[in-house]
Each structure stands twice: as C-alpha cells, then as structure tokens.
Ligand binder design. Structure first.
Ligand SMILES: CC(C)(COP(=O)(O)OP(=O)(O)OC[C@H]1O[C@@H](n2cnc3c(N)ncnc32)[C@H](O)[C@@H]1OP(=O)(O)O)[C@@H](O)C(=O)NCCC(=O)NCCS
Length: 168
C-alpha cells in the first residue's frame, strides 16, 4: 500500500469524483466536500497549501483505491486535520483505510513536521474505531452540529501528538 500525490488531471478527476459522491461526502462535509467538488476546485485547494491530499493504493498494484487528506494545515502552529475516504468499495473493510491514515500521519509528523493532528468523526461512523486503533484520544463532543438527511448528529473530536504515533 502506497501513498501517491495527485499529480495528473486523471488522478484529480478520480479524487474529485469520489469526493463528490453524496453517500461518502455527507460524513466529511465541510472539510473537503463543499457543495460542488470539481477537479478545478480540488486543484486550487491543493495549490493553496492548506490541503495536502494523497491517493492510496492496494497491495497488489499501483491503482488508487482511496484518498486521504490533511486539511487546515497550519505550519505555524504545526497542526492539521485528517480525513479519509475509500473510493473503490471492493476494498472496503480490508484494513486499507487504517493503514493509509497511519502512513499519512507519519508523513504529517516526519515530513511536514507537524506536532498535533486532530479529526472529527460523526458519531456512528465506523472510522471512530479506526481513530482509536491509530491511538487518537477523544477530546470532546460537539453536539447536534452535523446534519445527515435532515437529522442532527454529534461530532466526536480526537487528537494525536507526534510522540503518540506508531505507524501500523
Ligand atoms: C470510514 C471508511 C474510511 C472506513 O473504511 P474501511 O475500508 O472500512 O476501513 P478499514 O478496512 O481500515 O477498517 C474497517 C474494518 O475492517 C477490518 N478488517 C478487515 N480485514 C482486515 C485486514 N485484512 N486488515 C486489517 N483490518 C481488517 C478492520 O479490523 C476494521 O474493523 P472494525 O469494524 O473493528 O473497525 C469508509 O467507510 C469510507 O470511505 N467512508 C466514507 C468517508 C468517511 O466516512 N470517512 C471517515 C470520516 S473522516
């Protein structure tokens, strides 16, 4: 499993198409899934520097199966927010999201020299268990702030310090 930069129009289209799918983006909004995710919008977001995106592959070949991102990257305070999406559903629940997020955290702490990475997860989303496996600590609950099909859900906030990260 490798992380790959989004460095061609084809890869940009692929990532934008995955991020535009309502059944997935409803869990991410507004981190990286504002109303209309287009390849152009994504390209600008990456160029601005506040978002660092990588595609991740499976083990058997180099074809991307999902996208993992750091948003609100702040070089001054050395913080960012991580999110992840498995685009190719035939690779769901095989451990790839956990490993890709873990690799992205290594990149965040080693290459970007960040100190603290946070994330919010809508209560009930399976990635709460991923966050716990990655050593994230629960730091709070933001109540009834996230709407899915008109129903309000809580967001659970987690964070992880560089000293607490062990790559899986
Ligand atoms: C949330 C999401 C990223 C999870 O992806 P996933 O592919 O199911 O994640 P993983 O495979 O890493 O983990 C899922 C389960 O597979 C299990 N698993 C199955 N085979 C495995 C293997 N060979 N190795 C490791 N784990 C395996 C894991 O133990 C884990 O079990 P759990 O239910 O106890 O957590 C995916 O559903 C998604 O893209 N959702 C839309 C976007 C989203 O909600 N993102 C999260 C908010 S940032």
């Amino acid at each position: 499993m490798n992380l790959k930069p989004i460095d061609s129009p084809e890869l940009l289209n692929l990532a934008a198409a995955w991020l535009a799918r309502e059944e997935d983006s409803q869990w991410l909004h507004p981190r990286n899934a504002a109303q209309a995710v287009t390849p152009e919008w994504l390209k600008i977001a990456i160029q601005r520097g506040g978002d660092v995106l990588r595609l991740f592959t499976a083990d058997r070949d180099e074809a991307p199966i999902g996208v993992v991102g750091l948003s609100e990257v702040d070089r001054n305070y050395r913080t960012a927010r991580i999110w992840i999406l498995v685009g190719n559903k035939s690779f769901h629940a095989r451990g790839y999201a956990t490993r890709a997020a873990s690799k992205m955290l290594t990149f965040a702490f080693r290459e970007l020299e960040l100190h603290a990475v946070n994330t919010w997860i809508v209560e009930g989303n399976p990635s709460v268990r991923i966050a716990k496996r990655l050593n994230f600590r629960l730091i709070g609950r933001q109540r009834e702030c996230h709407y899915i099909d008109g129903e309000a859900h809580d967001r659970l906030w987690f964070d992880l310090l560089d000293s607490e990260h062990r790559e899986i």
